[in-house]
Write a protein that binds this ligand. Structure first.
Ligand code: AMP
Length: 426
């Protein structure tokens, strides 16, 4: 038997109702904050992620689905392609490719779609997973660098979680500084690491040389006592970064959005500068990060674009769905009425009636003229239909139909009143 590939899964009804509920709520909230949808390809040039997410990150160094495409001619080397592991890089590539900075204001873009990472699958961690994310990016003159953008995004996320009925969330906030304060900080980090680096894992030994900030991503238990004592970037922020971060916090406080400062939070992607954040959720266990994001003021330039500061986030939709309080059953729709055609030639009459009723925005399911009445009723009951309508020769000829409420009464209703009668139960 051929099964779904390891780390991927089928989303089946009624669970898909939860996914649609989440996506509809997200689209509503994005609209209120004036974000518009962008859809970028799942397939991108591998170098896009090497240059943005960073070669030293776990995502790029260990978790990419990447391969060489066939060259156009036999002699030609093929392009290195990758399934996107995240969507910010693709959005910023599109921003540059389509000169979106020529459009007025800050570009506020959102996306919903699958991402791919070759991780070890477990509950809440998949190889194909889904992110709902947004980016606010634009020229500095449009206000894209302002701490007000950070606060707006964070407050929007709090609003979305609240609307979804998710209460038990914590916003963890940090500033990871900017290129201006990194040299001083890296110097301090290296000085602290040098005496102990030989005791650390192979990854950390390499990171200590190439990209010391990535040591904070280390998950090796033996390294944690060392990592926890490393100098914090919060002590090395320059005046501008410090003030930016303070203003984000002042606005959040004014908006009554609760947050905690976590000065070890660096996020596992290289492009972040200044504000970095994560929302965690109590009920999710080990994979408790429901979403993450931050500012990426240098990313556009890294990818060959103009200066375009930005901030964004990605929600793990799989985890968001796990955190929802409601059940899928309650959200999934049930037929308002089940039409039971009775006898030869009645399928076409049932189809005509179904067509009429569906125009009234009713959910209609149909049986088959070969079914006995009992089988129709049993099926309607199993499907959770509210009414059964019997369509036989007499009903069609007289224009009066038996409308039976399952577990309730039966009435005779003229054809023209069927829709309104069914609607009235809703
Ligand atoms: P990141 O793109 O790494 O910043 O992750 C943002 C969010 O995506 C995380 O907080 C998770 O909720 C979600 N996420 C990341 N990787 C996975 C995965 N392998 N499976 C499910 N969700 C994930």
């Amino acid at each position: 038997m051929i099964k779904a590939v390891r780390g991927t899964r089928d989303l089946l009804p009624p669970d898909t109702a939860l996914w649609n509920f989440v996506e509809a709520a997200a689209r509503d909230v994005f609209r209120a904050y004036n974000f518009q949808e962008i859809r970028t390809p799942i397939l991108e040039d591998l170098s896009l992620f090497q240059r943005s997410v960073g070669e030293e990150t776990d995502i790029v160094s260990k978790e990419m689905f990447a391969w060489e495409d066939r060259g156009r001619a036999a002699s030609e080397k093929g392009q290195m392609l990758a399934l996107r592991p995240e969507n910010t890089a693709g959005v910023v590539r599109a921003y540059i490719e389509h000169k979106l900075w020529e459009r007025p204001g800050v570009q506020k873009l959102y996306y919903i779609g699958p991402q791919f990472r070759r991780e070890r699958p477990q509950k809440g961690r998949y190889r194909q997973f889904y992110q709902i994310g947004a980016e606010a990016i634009g020229p500095p003159a449009a206000g894209s660098e302002s701490p007000a953008r950070d606060a707006e995004i964070l407050e929007m996320l709090a609003t979305l979680l609240d609307r979804l009925g998710i209460r038990d969330w914590t916003l963890e906030l940090n500033s990871v500084g900017c290129p201006n304060d990194r040299p001083r900080y890296f110097e301090a980090l290296r000085a602290a690491i040098n005496p102990v680096v030989a005791q650390m894992c192979a990854d950390c030994q390499r990171r200590a040389v190439t990209n010391p900030l990535r040591m904070f991503d280390c998950k090796v238990p033996e390294d944690q006592p060392i990592v926890s004592k490393l100098p914090r970037i919060s002590d090395y922020l320059d005046e501008a970064c410090r003030e930016h971060f303070a203003e984000v916090q002042r606005i959040l406080t004014a908006l009554e959005v609760p947050f905690t400062i976590n000065d070890r939070l660096v996020r596992g992607l290289d492009y972040y500068q200044r504000t970095a954040f994560e929302f965690t959720h109590g009920a999710l266990g080990a994979q408790n990060a429901i979403l993450g994001g931050g500012r990426y003021d240098g990313l556009s330039e890294t990818l060959g674009g103009p200066r375009a500061p930005g901030i964004g986030f990605a929600i793990g939709e799989d985890r968001l769905v796990l955190a929802l309080p409601g059940s899928a059953e309650a959200l999934a729709h049930k037929p308002d009425a089940y039409i039971a055609p009775l006898g030869a030639g009645m399928n076409r009459e049932a189809a005509k009636l179904a067509r009429e009723l569906r125009k009234h925005d009713l959910v209609i399911e149909m049986g088959d003229e070969s079914f006995r009445l009992k089988k129709s009723f049993d099926t309607a009951d199993k499907l959770g239909a509210h009414y059964v309508i019997i369509v036989g020769e007499n009903e069609v000829a007289s224009g009066n139909f038996a409308l039976k409420q399952l577990g309730g009464e039966q009435q005779t209703v003229p054809r023209s009143e069927l829709a309104s009668r069914i609607q009235s139960h809703k």
